[in-house]
Write a protein that binds this ligand. Structure first.
Ligand SMILES: Cc1cc2nc3c(=O)[nH]c(=O)nc-3n(C[C@H](O)[C@H](O)[C@H](O)COP(=O)(O)OP(=O)(O)OC[C@H]3O[C@@H](n4cnc5c(N)ncnc54)[C@H](O)[C@@H]3O)c2cc1C
Length: 345
């Protein structure tokens, strides 16, 4: 009897993790073989790097569910050590927002007798084990009035466009230095996408109810399961897209194995059974992941030059001072923060 067939479209974070889960867990009991194929559009070892992705407790749930103990240990061991994030900037005017972060190996220390301003690194000395390849600068900007992402992607000199947009949006000339430091080959333009924050758990049912034919196979087909960004694209402010995408694999794996057992026992699985299992997955995934879609959307800053922006900055300063002082007192009495992913470097 042929096993359940699963096709994964996209070998990114969630696709690759789920494929490993299926290879490792299907047929554990000899009763649920799965024939899995993964299709990836990108070329092998293509470089899409730049910004560090920070994995946390959510990602560990997915990795634990899908990897063998050995693979899990190897994966944690091989994760890059966190680099120090230096000089993170997040600022906004009414027309544009900018985020920038420089990641540096933690061995980088200002040289003795440095004359640079406090915290500056321009006069830092390089230790012998400093790895230039690990250091990176990430700069992102978005604007309201200006070329669309599609138009911007066609602009040859993207650095000039970025400079022009910063100047037109009233940013201080020093911000242009960040643009100057960029490698033109590494700049890309893409639209910011986020899913509808109020997507209901039974979105398939709602879509079908709203469709004229109610049987259009292109709408909410029960055999098409959505994981990661394809389901819950979110703004990057909370660093949760990858974490939620990998967590999805843990929620999808169980229902897939259940279908594989059914296929093996009965020789077939019906649309109704697939509908039931995809609902199990959705019930676990949607409330968890969409909470982060909402939180990530709420993280944006208003125009910091506006009255509202200035009030927010003043309040944040006060809160940081109060909370900082309070935490200092707690630490004096032996308090330690809890780490929800102590395995991670
Ligand atoms: C600048 C930036 C910073 C981020 N920082 C963080 C962070 O700190 N922490 C965090 O948790 N998340 C972060 N994210 C989000 C995170 O990268 C994504 O949420 C995560 O990669 C989504 O995983 P995924 O498996 O859904 O998709 P992806 O990892 O994007 O994988 C999708 C794959 O599908 C392939 N593909 C697409 N279409 C096709 C097709 N038609 N056929 C075949 N293959 C196809 C693509 O080539 C890709 O390999 C960041 C994102 C960006 C852009």
């Amino acid at each position: 009897m042929s096993p359940l067939k699963v096709i994964i479209v996209g070998g990114g974070l969630s696709g690759a993790c789920l494929a490993n889960g299926i290879l490792n867990r299907a047929d554990d009991d000899g009763a649920s073989p799965i024939d899995v194929t993964i299709y990836e559009r990108g070329t092998e070892a293509s470089s899409r790097g730049g910004y560090q992705i920070r994995l946390g407790a959510h990602a560990l749930v997915g990795l634990r569910a899908c990897l063998t103990e050995r693979q899990y240990a190897d994966c944690l061991r091989d994760l890059p050590r966190p680099l120090i994030q230096q000089g993170t900037i997040y600022t906004a005017s009414s027309n544009a927002k900018m985020f920038a972060a420089a990641y540096l190996p933690d061995e980088l220390r200002p040289s003795v007798g440095s004359t640079t301003a406090k915290g500056g690194l321009s006069n830092a000395e390089k230790p012998s084990d400093y790895d230039e390849d690990q250091a990176s600068l990430f700069v992102a900007m978005a604007w309201v009035d200006g070329p669309s992402a599609v138009e911007a992607s066609k602009v040859k000199d993207k650095k000039s466009l970025m400079r022009k947009m910063l100047q037109a949006s009233g940013f201080h000339p020093d911000y242009l230095k960040l643009v100057d430091a960029l490698d033109p080959q590494e700049i890309m333009a893409a639209p910011w996408r986020q899913s509808k924050a109020d997507t209901p758990v039974d979105w398939r049912h709602s879509l079908l109810a709203a469709s004229k034919t109610q049987s259009d196979p292109r709408i909410a087909h029960p055999w098409v399961w959505l994981l990661g960004d394809s389901m819950h694209a979110m703004l990057p402010y909370r660093g949760m897209g990858a974490n939620q995408a990998i967590h999805d694999t843990a929620d999808a794996l169980g229902p897939l194995l259940e279908l594989a057992r059914k296929k093996n026992a009965d020789g077939r699985v019906t649309d109704e059974e697939v509908r039931r299992q995809v609902a199990v997955y959705a019930n676990a995934m949607i409330p968890r992941a969409f909470e982060w879609v909402r939180k990530s959307a709420a993280q944006g800053l208003p125009d910091l030059e506006s009255f509202k922006g200035k009030i927010i900055i003043a309040c944040v300063r006060v809160v940081l001072h109060v909370v900082g002082g309070f935490m200092g007192v707690l630490k004096m009495f032996g308090w330690k923060s809890t780490d929800d992913a102590p395995e991670l470097p």
